[in-house]
Ligand binder design. Structure first.
Ligand code: GLA
Length: 410
């Protein structure tokens, strides 16, 4: 069952009909995400602890008998008209949708075309995985329209492949997996090697807590070279560590004690790979510590892990920027804040803050008062609700062909 506000559905259906002259038959919805902890660990085969949030991409579509993908967005100008047999990256937002069609095709799935209209509430470039949400919504829509027999896990992996191979951002599997497998009031513990997912209860409300996203207003471009460079630096660290531990495949296989014992292998020119490894290895350990702390409902320990994660991302992984550091420092100055850190790929985007709900107003006020002078711009602060993963279904429209009583489901 896809549940979206009537007003939003009306807007989507209206725009769809205006452009394509037809009502949509399919509706797919895929959430963005926060990541409680486990940053830059996914492409090192490590552990992550993300959760799906109440910011999403909704896509409505009409299947076509041919092999064209026509797609428009309520968030962007223009209509893309693409031939599924001649797909090529364009640098535009619709590459994420085209890339999914491309990845499905390359995996041997025969697709019908689609006319599609999307609308998103995941801020673009805010570090909340707007791209994964678009990919997953597109994949679910194609899957239903073309009656594919494909598992959700494979769809998530194909979405990642779309981003890796078509868009050219060598992202890990975290964002696509949580967009597919998210659960209300749970974080998803994902082992990025085995791809096993385990829901971990996140009873924030019961404990009077909230998770708050602060968008720094600094747009990050993940396809930019720094993210891909971090991957190479991690591979460089693994190559050095193999001198002592030939059995390791990647940084997932290295414990903090192993890394300490091998630090002599890193010469003066290898300090960057050493620092990157220190972040990844310690971050994997923090994911496990956070899960233990959650089991004990030790929220102070969860908060400490968030502060430590930020310091590690800033100092060892070098993916922070002054604006993000400023948001974390402002958070630190507010009583009742338990922890905060950079979230997502970095180089801008958002922070995640864990706080007592009753200090949400003072926290928001502190950001409004201090951030503009420190950063020369404004930040957007919003608490998030933890929701379930992607859905797809048929749009059911009323007799007069108005989109009332939408009851899509699968
Ligand atoms: C981006 C990528 C993810 C992950 C994070 C960093 O969000 O899409 O795969 O690597 O950065 O944790």
């Amino acid at each position: 069952m896809v549940e979206i506000a009537q007003a939003r559905l009306q807007l989507l259906v209206g725009a769809h009909r205006q452009t394509f002259g037809q009502l949509p038959a399919i509706i797919a919805q895929a959430p963005g995400r926060i990541n409680l902890i486990g940053e830059h660990t996914d492409y090192n085969d490590g552990f992550v602890l993300p959760a799906a949030i109440d910011r999403d991409v909704v896509l409505v579509a009409t299947p076509r008998p041919d092999r064209r993908l026509r797609i428009q967005s309520l968030n962007a100008e223009g209509l893309a008209d693409l031939d599924l047999d001649e797909l090529a990256a364009s640098g535009e937002w619709h590459d994420y949708a085209a890339g999914v069609a491309d990845a499905l095709g390359r995996a041997g799935y025969r697709l019908f075309g689609l006319d599609a209209t999307v609308a998103g509430t995941v801020p673009l470039g805010g570090g909340l995985s707007s791209s994964a949400a678009l990919e997953v919504a597109t994949a679910f829509a194609f899957s239903l329209a073309s009656d594919l027999s494909v598992t959700e896990r494979e769809l998530a992996l194909l979405c990642q492949r779309a981003e890796n191979d078509f868009v050219g951002a060598k992202v890990g599997v975290m964002d696509q997996f949580v967009s597919v497998f998210g659960r209300p009031d749970h974080a998803i513990h994902l082992d990025c090697r085995s791809l096993e997912t385990r829901p971990i209860p996140l009873p924030l409300g019961e404990h009077g807590l909230a998770l708050v996203v602060c968008d720094s207003g600094v747009k990050h471009a993940i396809a930019g070279g720094e993210y891909n460079r971090r991957r190479q630096e991690c591979a460089g660290a693994v190559a050095i560590l193999k001198g002592k531990y030939p059995e390791i495949l990647n940084l997932r296989d290295v414990t903090p004690a192993m890394l300490r014992a091998a630090s002599g292998l890193f010469g003066p020119d290898d300090q960057i790979p050493l620092r990157r490894a220190r972040h990844v290895v310690s971050e994997n350990a923090r994911v496990e510590q956070t899960i233990d702390a959650l089991k004990r409902a030790d929220w102070a320990a969860v908060g400490s892990a968030l502060w430590a994660s930020h310091a590690s991302l800033r100092d060892d992984y070098a993916v922070s920027v002054p604006e993000i550091d400023a948001l974390v420092e402002i958070a630190r100055g507010v009583r009742g804040v338990l922890g905060a850190r950079l979230m997502g790929g970095g180089f801008g985007g958002s922070t995640l803050t864990l706080l007592h709900r009753d200090v949400l107003d003072p926290f928001t006020a502190a950001v409004a008062a201090e951030y503009p002078t420190r950063a020369g711009r404004e930040a957007t602060v919003y608490p998030v609700t933890i929701v379930g993963g992607a859905r797809v279904g048929w749009v059911e429209l009323g007799e007069n062909e108005q989109p009332g009583g939408e009851t899509a489901g699968n």
